[in-house]
Design a protein around this ligand. Structure first.
Ligand code: GRF
Length: 197
């Protein structure tokens, strides 16, 4: 039998996408295991989710005096040496990774973005989509999962996407919940495709 793919998941916050991955691994929807969860924020709830599952939960904050390229290089070296991942999933990881990280994992880093390709790159994408809907500029939003080839923000070859409707009676909360649900489904779907093949 093919060995399980090794996933390292990077998080900065809640970790609901991490949880979707963990659940899909546990119920064998994807042939993978999360071998480590890493956060640049020590209070990220994603770390707690990892600990509950006995998955190594590593805090890697960036000291303000440290150069970004040194942080990125150190992070990549640590991940590679200790966890030898097949794939790295940026699941709500709120730092842009430079080539000093990315070159080590060429075409093996995935990111998810809570908007359609090319739309609202960067932070607060759901808020901006909601405002654009209210101004009559868009009729729906979306989510996407893509490869991270370089430092471009929320762009790269698309591996999966779906449209997410916005209803006239939505609040930011109801829309956010629908977007997050879609993210979980698209992310697990993409992982299923790439690790089960
Ligand atoms: C997601 O919407 C992700 O696309 C964005 O940050 C959010 C993280 O959610 N970049 P969670 O931490 O997985 O719950």
């Amino acid at each position: 039998m093919k060995p399980l793919s090794r996933l390292v998941v990077l998080v900065s916050g809640q970790g609901s996408n991490l949880q979707a991955i963990i659940d899909a691994c546990k119920n064998k929807e994807i042939s993978a295991q999360v071998v480590a969860v890493i956060s640049n924020k020590e209070d990220a709830y994603g770390l707690e989710r990892a600990r509950k599952e006995n998955i190594p939960a590593i805090i890697k904050t960036k000291p303000s005096a440290q150069a970004r390229e040194d942080y990125d290089r150190e992070l990549a070296e640590m991940i590679d040496a200790e966890y030898a991942p097949d794939w790295i999933v940026l699941a709500g990881w709120m730092r842009i990774l430079s080539k000093h990280f990315l070159h080590r994992f060429h075409n093996r880093v995935l990111n998810l973005h809570p908007a359609s390709p090319g739309m609202f790159p960067g932070i607060n994408a759901i808020e901006r989509a909601f405002a654009a809907f209210q101004n009559g500029e868009i009729k729906h939003t979306g989510v996407m999962v893509h490869l991270v080839p370089d430092e471009g923000v929320d762009c790269g070859p698309i591996l999966g996407q779906t449209a997410v409707p916005i209803n006239p009676d939505d609040t930011l909360e109801t829309l956010s919940a629908r977007v997050h649900q879609a993210e979980h489904e698209v992310l697990v779907g993409v992982l299923r495709k790439i690790v089960n093949r």
